[in-house]
Each structure stands twice: as C-alpha cells, then as structure tokens.
Write a protein that binds this ligand. Structure first.
Ligand SMILES: [Zn+2]
Ligand SMILES: [Zn+2]
Length: 332
C-alpha cells in the first residue's frame, strides 16, 4: 500500500512509514530536476520504509532509479535512514550540512560499550539515581542503527541553491533541533520544507546531551533559527511529520512563545533550591507524570530540560553552585 500524491507546485509527497515509532511516518518530498528527481529526506531504514518510498514514487509516475540527489534536513535516522539504499539503487548523491555530517559520523562510530559507558557516567553527572541509570542501560540495548552505512557525499552550505527543473531550492541553515539542521525554501512557490524545525502540531525536540552543562546552547540556536524563518515571511510550510503548516511565521512565533513559557516556569520552579539537572527535568512540565516515563523517554526529557537549564545559565538567571558533585544549580 502506497501513500503518495502530487500536492501542487510540482511537489510530490510520499509517506514513508515507520510503524514502530510513535510519529508513524516521515513525509518525504520529491521534485523534478535536470538529472531526474531531488528528494528532501529519505525516511527510516528497513523494508517497510523502502516499500513505501518505492511504491509511492511509482504511484506518481516516477521511480527510485531517477533520483539525482537527496538533500537531508538533518541527521536523525527517520530522515537519513534510507538514503544509503537510495544511493545504491540510483547512484544519487546525498547532501547534508557539515555540522550534522559531524554528528552523523560521531553517532555511527560511537555505538557499543564505549557509548554505553559514556551515557551512564553522563547520567551520573546529571544526578540520575542508580535505579534510573540501570533502567536506561537495560532499555537502551538493541538501539536502532543511525542513518546509512556510509556518510553523505556532499556538504550543504547556507543559502546554496539546489537546481530543480526551471527553478531552485534554497538551503536555509536552521540549527537547533540538531546542530546542522537545514530547511529548504522553494522560492517560486513560496513553500518551505521545514524538516523537524517547524511542525504544525508537535513541538520539535531541542536538547543538550552532555551533562551537567554543555557549551552549546541548543535552545538559543533553535529560537534564533525560528526568528530567521519568521523574518523570511514564508506562507506555507511542509514539515517532515504531520499536517502542512499554514502560516510558517505564525507557527514559529508560537514555538518561541512555548519555550519562553517553559523557561519562565522552570525559573519559578527553582525557588530557593539547589538542584541537579535530573531534578530540573523532574520539575519541568511534561505531558505525563515523570514517574511514568519509559527510561529512554526520560533520557530525551532530560536532554530537553538540560537545554532549558543551559539557556537560563546563558541569560544569567541561574548558575552552577561551585564545588557540588553531581553539579547543582541555583538562581543567581
Ligand atoms: Zn529530528
Ligand atoms: Zn523527524
């Protein structure tokens, strides 16, 4: 069963399923180019996704063998997974931003025991209790592979134009969700492919992954990239998951507001206490009680909490308490 259609402006939308993932699918977009087809993202690796992609393209009168290149919004496996298989089938080039290319290399080389040891000491530095570290170790076994076997072969530069038939697709660097996230702007149709940077219904995940305090301020990057997109005054957005975005600038504004509210709320939760990164995560508002989170979901929530904490530190509202281990933070 394929789910693909021509959605106007010479854009084909193909739903690439991933039934094991709560998101359900990745939306892949295809447009005609001088060399055949350009794909925006590729979907999760595996036979289920591959069948969705190949039959989807066929149902709109194209085939995988026509793909000239794949431009990737970011390195996450629900976007990059199938691109190795696409390259094998078509000889297509694969392109992504340098910063995500680096992440990608780090992630693909860093599995196994070494990775697990790092994660466990990382969780300890965040102040995670032993029971939670053990639960993480147990549930992280058998993690899915990240992306294709071999690395992408072309680096995308901000503002670069990817050639389509009679028009171009502009790369718009939008770090935040990942360090090298890129949106693609189809200028002649005023449509932006937003990847996971702006989504209509869900709030994209933004995290800092090294505890207690990473140098990178992911939330600052993300909000800056939202402002960039807001200023471009784009009308229609096509994200990688869920519904089309009717007003990209408006939605970007909502997402900024959402994070400002979470920052305010977190600052309030500090009161007069000195708390670890783990306790920061426990005090933030989530869509379900903290105790009911799956260990892997706790890990994702922890990274999101760390990003908000990092940004409060950057704003000078909160600071690390000297000499504490695991590190504790308090209002400054
Ligand atoms: Zn993502
Ligand atoms: Zn995604």
């Amino acid at each position: 069963m394929s789910d693909a259609s021509a959605i106007g402006d010479g854009i084909f939308q193909i739903t690439v399923p991933m039934s094991h993932n709560p998101l359900g699918s990745t939306l892949v977009y295809a447009m005609e180019s001088p060399g055949g087809l350009i794909l925006v993202d590729a979907g999760w690796d595996g036979d289920e996704g591959w069948d969705g992609l190949t039959s989807g393209l066929e149902s709109v009168g194209h085939s995988v063998s026509e793909i000239e290149g794949v431009v990737l919004t970011h390195f996450h496996p629900d976007h990059t997974g199938l691109c190795g298989r696409v390259r094998e089938a078509s000889g297509a080039w694969i392109a992504m931003h340098q910063a995500d290319h680096d992440m990608f290399e780090k992630m693909s080389s860093g599995r196994g025991q070494e990775w697990m040891d790092f994660q466990l000491s990382n969780l300890e530095r965040a102040g995670a209790p032993l029971a939670d570290r053990e639960a993480f170790e147990k549930s992280a076994q058998g993690d899915p592979p990240v992306g294709p076997e071999s690395a992408p072969d072309r680096i995308l530069v901000d503002d670069e134009i990817i050639g389509l038939t009679g028009r171009g697709l502009r790369a718009v660097f939008t770090p935040g969700h990942t360090p090298g996230h890129v949106c693609f702007y189809l200028e002649d149709a005023d449509v932006m492919f937003t990847g996971d940077h702006v989504l209509q219904k869900t709030t994209p995940h933004v995290g800092n992954f090294v505890y207690p305090l990473e140098e990178r301020d992911a939330l600052a990057e993300f909000m800056e990239s939202l402002r960039r997109v807001q200023k471009m005054d784009v009308t229609r957005g096509l994200g990688a998951h869920g519904l089309p975005i009717v007003d990209v600038a408006g939605r970007a504004g909502e997402l900024i507001e959402h994070h400002e509210e979470r920052l305010d709320h977190l600052y309030g939760e500090f009161a007069d206490d000195e708390i670890t990164v783990w306790q920061v995560a426990q005090r933030m508002k989530w869509y379900r009680p903290w105790d009911q989170f799956h260990p892997m979901a706790k890990g994702m929530a922890l990274s999101e909490a760390a990003a908000h904490l990092r940004h409060l530190v950057a704003r000078g509202q909160v600071a690390e308490v000297p000499g504490t281990e695991p590190a504790r933070f308090a209002r400054s």
